[in-house]
Design a protein around this ligand. Structure first.
Ligand SMILES: NC(=O)c1ccc[n+]([C@@H]2O[C@H](COP(=O)([O-])OP(=O)(O)OC[C@H]3O[C@@H](n4cnc5c(N)ncnc54)[C@H](O)[C@@H]3O)[C@@H](O)[C@H]2O)c1
Length: 465
C-alpha cells in the first residue's frame, strides 16, 4: 500500500534521483541536503518508512523546503517504490538492524546505496551486504561523518605527515553524559537485536576513526562490558519505586532526573509522539527498564594488521561528555581531546567547561618540548563534519580528498566487526579473531601512512633536552 501517492514532483533529467528509507530524525540531514543545499544536482523521488505518520511528516518537510513533494511508500511497498520512482541511489536511514535488508534489495534492483552507520548489526547481515556488493557491482557508501569533522581530519593529517612516526599503540576513551548516554536506553537502541548494542551502534564511529587514522585493519578483539548504571537497582537507589514503562505515563516523572517530555519539544512531538498510534514506537521508554540488554560500561583491546594495538573504553553515564585519544608513535606522541556538548534534552552548559573551544591537540616528540596545535574548524552539526560529508556525497564532482574520507562497505565492515567481535567475546569471555566472523572483507583504501621499515632519527640523549 502506498501513502498519498499524489506528487508535484516533475523529473529533472540532470539531477541525480534519490529515495530515502527510514524517516526518523537522522534522515532530515539527507532530505534537506537533497532538497535545499544540493537541490541543483539532486532530487528526492520517493520516501519510505514502516510508519505512515512519519511518511507524511517527511512529505510536509518537502513542501516546507519548497521542493516537489515525493510519493510516500510503506515498508511493504519498498520494491514498488523502486519500480515506480526509479531512484539511482537509495539512502538507508532506518533503525540499524533493518539496514541490510534495504541495502541488499536496492542493490539487487540496480541502485547504488548510501547507508547510515552502523552498516549493520551482526556478522550474518554483514556477510549478506558484502556478498550483494560483489554480486551486483553496485556502490555502497557508509556515511562516517566523524571522519569529516575538521579536528579529526587534522589528526589524520598529523599522522600522515610522519611527525610521530608509525603508531604502535592507541589509547582511546569516549564518554557520554547522562543526557546523551541515557537516550540510547530509551528506545530501539536498548536491545541488541535492534542496534548491536553500543559497541556496534555507537563504537562503529570510534572503531572506524581508528582504522582510518591508522590505515589499519583490525584482526583480534578482547572485550569486557556490563550494564551497571541504567538498571532497576539504580532506579531504586535514586529513590524511585519504578522502573515504569515510559515517561509520558510515569507516576514519578516529576521527580525523575531522566524523564523526557516529548510534548515539550515540537520536533519530538511531531516525529514520535504524534506517530505512536501507527506502530507503538515509544521514544521515551524508561532508561532503567529490566528488559534492556545493552551495556553502559565497555572496555575493548584490539590488535591490528600493522601490529598496532588499541585500548578503548566507552562509558554511557558520565559527568563529562567527550573523548581523549593518544597515539604512541616511534617518534613521539599525539594527544587529542574534544569536549562534546548538549543532546536531546541536555542543557547548553558543559560540565567541566570548554577550554580552548573544546578541542586540544598536541604533539610531544620523544625528547623535547610539546607543540600545541590550533584546531581546524568548520561551521555546522557534528563540528562541521555533516556539511562537508554532504558535499562529498551530493556534489557531482567533489574535490579530491587526500585523506580518503569517503567510506564504502569495506570500511563499514571493518568498523562494525570490532563491535560484533566484542559482543561475541562478551558471551564467551574469549578473544575473537575478526577473520572468523565474515569471509572475504576486502581491505579498505587508505591514504599512505609513514613507513614501518625506514630509518628513524636517534633521539637526543636522556636529560639532553
Ligand atoms: N551518523 C550519525 O551521527 C547518526 C546520528 C543519528 C542516527 N544515525 C543513524 O541513523 C539511523 C536512524 O537513526 P534515527 O536516530 O533517525 O532513528 P529514528 O528511530 O528516529 O528513525 C528510524 C526510522 O526508521 C523507521 N524504521 C524502523 N524500522 C524500519 C523498517 N524495517 N523499515 C522501514 N522503516 C523502518 C522508523 O519508523 C523511523 O522512522 C540509525 O542507523 C542510526 O544509527 C547516525
Amino acid at each position: 500500500m502506498s501513502v498519498s501517492l499524489s506528487s508535484s514532483s516533475a523529473p529533472v533529467a540532470s539531477r541525480r534521483r534519490y529515495a530515502i528509507v527510514g524517516l526518523g530524525s537522522r534522515h532530515e540531514l539527507y532530505q534537506d541536503g537533497i532538497e535545499k543545499t544540493h537541490a541543483a544536482h539532486a532530487q528526492l523521488v520517493g520516501v519510505c518508512d514502516s510508519n505512515a505518520g512519519r511518511i507524511e511528516v517527511a512529505r510536509k518537510r518537502s513542501a516546507q523546503n519548497d521542493a516537489p513533494v515525493p510519493p510516500g511508500y510503506l515498508a511493504a511497498d519498498f520494491s514498488r517504490m523502486i519500480a515506480e520512482t526509479k531512484p539511482e541511489v537509495v539512502i538507508v536511514v532506518t533503525a540499524d538492524a533493518a539496514h541490510h535488508e534495504y541495502l541488499v534489495r536496492a542493490m539487487e534492483a540496480g541502485c547504488d546505496v548510501i547507508t547510515e552507520k552502523p552498516m549493520t548489526t551482526d556478522a550474518e547481515k554483514c556477510q549478506q551486504i558484502l556478498d550483494a556488493c560483489r554480486r551486483t557491482g553496485r556502490h555502497c557508501r557508509v556515511t562516517f561523518n566523524y571522519r569529516y569533522s575538521p579536528p579529526r581530519s587534522q589528526v589524520k593529517d598529523i599522522l600522515m605527515s610522519g611527525e610521530i612516526g608509525e603508531v604502535l599503540s592507541v589509547d582511546f576513551h569516549w564518554l557520554l553524559n547522562t543526557h546523551h548516554g541515557a537516550d540510547y536506553f530509551r528506545r530501539w537502541h536498548s536491545r541488541k537485536k535492534n542496534s548491536g548494542g553500543l559497541l556496534v551502534h555507537k563504537s562503529t564511529h570510534h572503531f572506524d576513526l581508528v582504522n582510518w587514522w591508522l590505515g589499519a585493519v583490525p584482526v583480534s578483539v578482547l572485550a569486557n562490558g556490563r550494564r551497571q548504571f541504567y538498571t532497576p537497582a539504580i532506579a531504586r537507589r535514586l529513590g524511585l519505586s519504578g522502573p515504569h514503562e515510559r515517561c509520558t505515563t510515569c507516576p514519578e516523572k516529576q521527580k525523575c532526573g531522566f524523564a523526557l517530555d516529548l510534548s515539550a519539544n515540537a520536533h519530538l512531538k511531531s516525529l514520535y509522539a504524534d506517530c505512536e498510534s501507527y506502530d507503538g514506537y515509544f521514544r521515551d521508554r524508561c532508561v532503567f527498564r529490566a528488559d534492556i540488554d545493552i551495556e553502559d560500561t565497555m572496555n575493548v583491546i584490539v590488535g591490528y594488521d600493522t601490529g598496532a594495538t588499541l585500548s578503548y573504553s566507552l562509558n554511557a553515564f558520565n559527568a563529562w561528555e567527550g573523548y581523549t585519544v593518544a597515539f604512541n608513535g616511534t617518534k613521539g606522541r599525539l594527544e587529542h581531546k574534544i569536549v562534546e556538548s548538549v543532546y536531546v534534552n541536555g542543557t547548553e552548559t558543559v560540565q567541566g567547561g570548554i577550554a580552548d573551544g573544546g578541542v586540544t591537540t598536541r604533539v610531544i616528540p620523544l625528547r623535547g618540548e610539546a607543540r600545541e596545535l590550533t584546531p581546524w574548524t568548520a561551521e555546522g552539526d557534528h563540528g562541521g563534519g555533516d556539511r562537508l560529508m554532504l558535499e562529498d556525497i551530493f556534489l557531482p564532482s567533489p574535490p579530491a580528498d587526500k585523506y580518503l574520507r569517503a567510506a564504502d562497505e569495506r570500511a563499514g565492515a571493518c568498523s562494525i566487526l570490532v563491535g560484533i567481535a566484542a559482543n561475541r567475546g562478551l558471551e564467551t569471555g574469549a578473544a575473537v579473531r575478526v577473520a572468523d566472523l565474515v569471509s572475504g572483507v576486502p581491505r579498505p583504501d587508505f591514504a599512505p601512512m609513514p613507513s614501518r621499515d625506514g630509518p628513524l632519527p636517534m633521539p637526543g640523549r636522556s636529560g639532553a633536552h
